[in-house]
Each structure stands twice: as C-alpha cells, then as structure tokens.
Design a protein around this ligand. Sequence first.
Ligand SMILES: [Fe+2]
Length: 261
Amino acid sequence: MRLHAEGHLSAAQLEAYRVASADDRGPPTQVLADRGLPVPADPAPGAAALIRALMDEADRYLADLPGPGVAEMRHGIAQWRDGPVTAAVPARNAVVDTCLAPALAALAPDQPALAATLAAAVPHLAWITYDSYPRDQIGEAFATGHAFASLIGEEAAIPARDFDFGVFLIAPHVLYRDHAHAAPELYVPLTGPHGWRFGPGRPLVIKPAHRPVWNPPHRPHLTKVGRIPFLCLFGWTGDVAAPAHVLPAPDWPQLEALRLG
Ligand SMILES: [Fe+2]
C-alpha cells in the first residue's frame, strides 16, 4: 500500500499483489505476468534505509582503524544501532550546503562507499550549528562555520542514552578553539590534513585523514582546519550531558590567521 501511495505501484499492480498474497501457490510475478503487467522495479530506498546504510558503512570503516577509543565507539554502536530510525525533515544548513561537497570529493578516492552513503543520508539527518558555547569565547568563525548531525544519541536519528555518534563538518581554515569536556571523545577525520593541539600553549600537530584522535575525559583539544573542509565521524561514549567549555589561550589570533597547506 505504501509503495502504491508513493507512486511505485499502479492500482493494477497493487491488485495483483493482493491476489497473490491471498493465494500462496504462485509468486506475485506470475500473477503480474498473467495480467500482462510489468514487474515493478525496486523502489529507491527510504530515508531510514539510507541512514541505516550509513550506519553500517561507518561501522565497517571503523572496524579497520587502529588506536584507543575505536573499540569503545563500536561497542556503543553495537548496543544502539538496531533501534528505530527517525529521519529528519529535510532542512537547509549553510555549512552543509557549502562544505559537504568538497569534503566528500576529498573522501571519495579513499573511501568511495562511505562517501556515497554519506551523500545519500545527509539530507535526512538533523544538522545542528551548536549554540551552547558563549559566542565571545568560541568566536564567530566557528559559531557560524560548523555543523553536526547525530546518527545515534539522545535526540538523534537512532535513540540512545548517554552515547552520541555522528558526523561533524567545519569550514576551511576555521579554528575550533581550545576546549574540554567530561565526555570521552573519538574523532575520526575523513579529510585532512588538519592541525591539532592538546592544551593551550602546546604545539600544533598536523594529522592526515583517517588518523583517529581519542580525547580522554577533560583533555583539552583544539582543531585548526586546513584547506579542505573538516569532515569527521565523532563519538562521545559517556557524560554526554555535561557541557563543553572553552579554555582561553593568547595565540588564537595567530592560529586563526594561519593557513595550512
Ligand atoms: Fe571535543
């Protein structure tokens, strides 16, 4: 009935399926053939199927990665992934509109299946430009230059308690200033190189794509986005309700003016 309502089945084809379902002696295709009706093509997958496909592909990608935090993240994913999927009502997000395509173009040669499933699922995710940081502390460039969408979480496509897993996007050259939070956090950058440091005053370290970054609770961290938009998988494995806070540092102006690569 849903396929008929969505225009994938004609009324005559729907009737043929009704007849076939009432008489299990033959396949529906035989009833369709007897009535001179074409066998319908498989309809395009719905939003929930696209989100599940991304979930599956992201977990497959994580399974091949080394380092701390990956196993914890996959454990949480396994715990929640089979829950019901709620797709978002499609809505525009300026950062997604401008930054996603170049990020996916950079990802596709390395991980074509992950890039394709991301592209298909992105319109059905609830993209948020986080507004919990005081804007004078986090800075205008980051406040308006990023977006994230949770796949699994307390208000995500797939519900979970005290766990968050999703996709994060930041515009080129933006500085995500020094900050910290109680939640243990895994970043898996899908693009790169980007800059990182783990405490105000510490040196900036350049890391390539596909090199996970695990932040234990309260570890300060900063991200300086390179020439390509920063696209990553992120996860918080606990204490997700505790807010992040900004850690002041005197060298933000120089880091914001810096251009990597
Ligand atoms: Fe963080």
